[in-house]
Design a protein around this ligand. Sequence first.
Ligand code: NAG
Length: 201
Amino acid sequence: MELPLPGLWLKRLWVVFQVALHVAMGKVLMTFFPGRVKQDILAMSQKTGMAKNPHFSHENWIPTFFSAQYFWFVLKVRWQRLEDKTEEGGLAPNCPVVRLSGQRCNIWDFMQDGWAFKNNVDIKNHQNLQDRLQAAHLLLDRNPQCPVVVDTMKNQSSQLYAALPERLYVLQAGRILYKGKPGPWNYHPEEVRAVLEKLHS
Ligand SMILES: *[C@@H]1O[C@H](CO)[C@@H](O)[C@H](O)[C@H]1NC(C)=O
């Protein structure tokens, strides 16, 4: 899957065009048919996990669609996916991550039990590791039943696992056992549950 650099830049350019078109069309539709666009987005979120999250009001996110920030974020996500290095059954990248104590380690360090749960926590732009560790406490406050680590500021884990905005993987013995689709639209925690239950049966 290694692309020669000029090929990669051509693909990136093509993605810029696609995302720009998507945002421009979304903006035009949102301006002329706001009710209809809102309905469509809501219908899409019903089909996926988005609407099931009680902490997530659609009033919080629909108005942010098709803004300049939205454009840059979608572009970042789509560019990252061009360099996705992971596949089910393939080697799991052993990226550096940081424990909440600040201690550095690697993703594979969590495979001593035979499996690991990868939680990707990414809140607003962290300027430094301190911000990132602080953001991770939002997750810790919910008492997750697994170790929590954060990416380093080089964002290697996010990059190599094409994890933006959020993604679930199950790793076992250095390989990728399960690769979830990207959230929030195609994010299926219940698939992870099924994989883990099968592992333990
Ligand atoms: C890593 O991600 C953060 C946002 O969470 C960003 O501010 C930072 O610039 C990124 N670092 C690199 C090396 O891209």
